[in-house]
Design a protein. Structure first.
Length: 314
């Protein structure tokens, strides 16, 4: 019997070098499931524009994130990879959906409120950010959207925007469900806090041997107890508790040696991806994005045509 795969779509902000927290929290869970779906992976460069005003950096980050995903093993034959700004259907449906939702509704969004609370002067793009995201999803009739916990509310906003549209014009857009990926939980950084590029406590996913060494040697360890917990927590991402048990037993209290073992295990894990990444050219990335937007547009243009007819702009 033929059963169509469900459609999966997610978006990534191109926001700079990835760390192993991103890998185990987001990339790996995506890699594990994307082939079971009809998958779409979008680089959200218009979303990045809400916070990034450096054209060279935006261009570079966009290319880099495609390269990163290819290097960790994404197969562009099995998932449509494209850049949001290459398909203007996103901004068009985004505008239309903006006309469906109210200002007080958008004012309640966490992502907006958090930025305001931090004293960041919000631009209007940041304010309507969840609605552009709703358009990204609705254009492709996505069933599920794998995201981190922080995006849960954006998915609620997407459904609300789609619901408002459908109540006004008929059942045209499909509401999508979030799929909160069960990653490994929060990966700690070298200081024991959540690993995050904004805290400067990362182990870079494509780091050189020297960079890995430097990061691992800087892992904060307390002087009590036999086991350096911050070292162990990162080690556990690579090896099972059973595998680590004899290693930590044999090196009890020798934090420096345990760190060296972690460096070599990280190197073994990172080196093949780092090498693959170095072999991917800008041209290859461009080819992936060109083929991707062609496929993306085939789907989104059908949805947008229906929307335009429904609203009387055709
Ligand atoms: P950062 O905190 O470094 O800025 P992002 O916010 O860009 O990372 O996160 C990108 C993705 O990686 C998200 O899906 C997020 O849940 C995941 N992620 C980031 N840091 C961690 C971490 N320390 N542990 C697990 N997952 C993480
Ligand atoms: N807002 C998402 C994030 O910061 C990125 C994103 C843009 C997205 N469009 C999307 C995620 C559509 C899922 C679906 O992570």
């Amino acid at each position: 019997m033929f059963t169509a795969k469900k459609r999966l779509l997610t978006g990534l902000q191109p926001s700079g070098a990835l760390h192993i927290g991103n890998y185990f929290g987001a990339l790996k869970p995506f890699l594990d499931i994307y082939e079971d779906f009809d998958s779409f992976l979008m680089i959200a460069d218009y979303h990045a524009l809400t916070t990034l005003r450096d054209p060279e950096l935006l261009r570079k980050n966009t290319i880099d994130i495609v390269r990163d995903y290819l290097a960790v093993g994404i197969d562009p034959e099995k998932v449509v990879v494209w850049r949001q700004s290459d398909n203007q259907d996103h901004t068009e449906l985004g505008w239309i959906l903006n006309c469906m939702v109210t200002v007080p509704f958008l004012m309640q969004a966490h992502s907006y409120k958090d930025k305001v609370a931090k004293g960041i002067e919000p631009n209007a793009g940041l304010f309507t950010y969840p609605i552009l995201q709703a358009a990204d999803i609705a254009l492709y009739n996505a069933d599920v959207v794998p995201v981190g916990e922080d995006q849960r509310q954006h998915l609620e906003y997407s459904r609300e925007a789609v619901g408002k549209f459908n109540r006004a014009y008929g059942e045209i857009l499909k509401p999508a469900a979030e799929m909160i990926l069960a990653g490994v939980g929060v990966v700690p950084g070298t200081d024991g806090q959540k690993m995050s590029k904004s805290y400067g406590n990362t182990i870079p996913l494509f780091g050189t041997t020297k960079e890995i060494e430097k990061a691992v040697m800087s892992i904060v360890t307390d002087s009590t107890g036999d086991r350096p917990e911050n070292v162990y927590a990162i080690h556990r991402l690579l090896k099972s508790a059973e595998e680590l048990e004899p290693i930590y037993e044999a090196n009890k209290g020798r934090y420096g040696d345990l760190k060296k073992i972690l460096v070599s295990d990280l190197e073994e894990f990172i080196a093949p991806m780092r090498e693959r990444r170095a072999s991917i050219t800008d041209d290859e990335v461009a080819e992936v994005l060109t083929a991707g937007v062609r496929k993306a547009k085939e789907v989104s243009s059908v949805t947008l045509d229906r929307v335009r007819k429904a609203i009387g702009i055709d």
